[in-house]
Ligand binder design. Structure first.
Ligand SMILES: C[S@@+](CC[C@H](N)C(=O)[O-])C[C@H]1O[C@@H](n2cnc3c(N)ncnc32)[C@H](O)[C@@H]1O
Length: 370
């Protein structure tokens, strides 16, 4: 029997050990035979036919030994100074307020998957058309442009700290546009990630290009990478195939921008659609998985995660977005909304219709250290 055991200490470390536990049972019986080989055959036959039964009264010893191939994982102690901005009663949705690079350094935990939608550094006074009106496309102070060197340094810093928070078999998804995605791809590779795919999200309803001097921007890119080139990752291949009418899912996803029903609690300027995040969660995690979003915004990642029975930690430095996130979580705590949203997200509705979505309850043993 093999056991993976996580030892929690309030004060020092969390340590992960792999143990092999061997129980020895012993019983004496007498058989008549002309040789040792014949005795062995007779006893084996009796045992297989359940004429000899070993039970607790035959127990003589137990041996616990640490497996040689164990990957002992030490990570620094949790910091009691961290206090969540919000935690849902079901403990599946937690928010932290502050700078993700600073906060992630302060506690010990490993996530199964990370989705990050970092600032694109796009807010430089550009214009676009929304509902027939010319509008400024600036997203906020957090998105104001820096130099290419600043963007690289910022991406390097947050990717580095996220890498430390990812399990060895974990994957990271990072979304972006041509402005930042090349910087991100280079830094992921530089830090030892293996890029698995670059998803092109082709928006089925993109905003028009008012200058009429170049093609309408209708795509965003999402890089999917695993932490280690050698350790296998989770990819729910069959589920993706079911969603794609029985054909292999490709890396071009034709999905719409956010719909009205996703904005009932207000809207974040770069809010992602639940359709995109649900597919990401479904493709790369199992039920009960822990998911981190270091730039959570309106927490689309967390809502998709919870709609699919996964657990979530989101971080943002702007309080107004954490309030929006909190309200979105409260919205799906009402069972009618939970059911309605699952029906509105096509991928979930298809899998639900085929009875392919399980919500396992038995995996909730590993929890955040604050
Ligand atoms: C592109 S938006 C994410 C939108 C999100 N995917 C959604 O669906 O709503 C990026 C978010 O990162 C936050 N942010 C920017 N820099 C940050 C930092 N250093 N630490 C934490 N949050 C940050 C911004 O406030 C913004 O809400």
């Amino acid at each position: 029997m093999f056991f993976d055991i996580l030892l929690y200490s309030k004060y020092e470390y969390i340590m992960e050990y792999n143990f092999e536990i061997t129980e020895t049972l012993s019983k004496q019986i007498a058989v008549q035979s002309s040789s040792v080989e014949e005795a062995y055959r007779i006893v084996k036959g009796l045992y297989e036919n359940e004429k000899i039964i070993l039970d607790a009264s035959d127990f003589i010893e137990v041996d616990i030994c640490e497996r040689n191939d164990s990957s002992i994982d030490y990570f620094p102690s949790s910091n009691s100074l961290i206090s969540p901005y919000f935690r849902s009663p079901d403990r599946a949705f937690t928010l932290l307020h502050g700078d993700c690079i600073e906060l992630l350094k302060q506690f010990s935990f490993k996530f199964d998957m990370i989705f990050a939608d970092p600032p694109y550094f796009l807010s430089n006074g550009g214009i676009s058309v929304q509902s027939g009106k010319v509008v400024c496309v600036d997203k906020g102070e957090w998105d104001k442009g820096g130099t290419p060197e600043y963007m690289d340094a910022f991406n390097r810093a947050w990717i580095n700290v996220c890498r430390q928070k990812l399990k060895d078999n974990g994957t990271i998804w990072v979304s972006g546009t041509y402005h930042n995605i090349f910087s991100i791809a280079n830094i992921l590779t530089e830090q030892g990630f293996k890029i698995l795919n670059v998803i092109t999200w082709a928006k089925t309803n993109p905003p028009p290009n008012i200058s009429c001097r170049y093609f309408t921007h209708s795509t965003e890119f999402i890089i999917w990478a695993r932490k280690s080139p050698k350790v296998p990752h989770c990819y729910n291949y069959d589920m993706m195939k079911q969603i794609n009418s029985g054909k292999q899912m490709t890396d071009v996803w034709h999905l719409p921008a956010i719909a009205r029903w996703e904005k009932t609690c207000g809207k974040h300027p770069t809010q992602k659609p639940l359709a995109v995040l649900s597919r990401i969660v479904l493709a790369s995690t199992h039920s009960g998985a822990w998911i981190l979003d270091p730039f959570t915004g309106s927490s689309t990642t967390g809502i998709a995660a919870n709609l699919l029975g996964r657990r979530f930690l989101g971080i943002d430095k702007e309080e107004e977005y954490l309030i929006l996130s909190q309200n979105r979580k409260r919205e799906i705590e009402q069972i009618s909304n939970f059911t309605l949203f699952r029906k509105k997200i096509r991928d979930i509705a298809i899998l639900d219709g085929k009875g392919l979505l399980s919500m396992r309850e038995d995996v909730f043993n590993y929890d955040l250290p604050f």
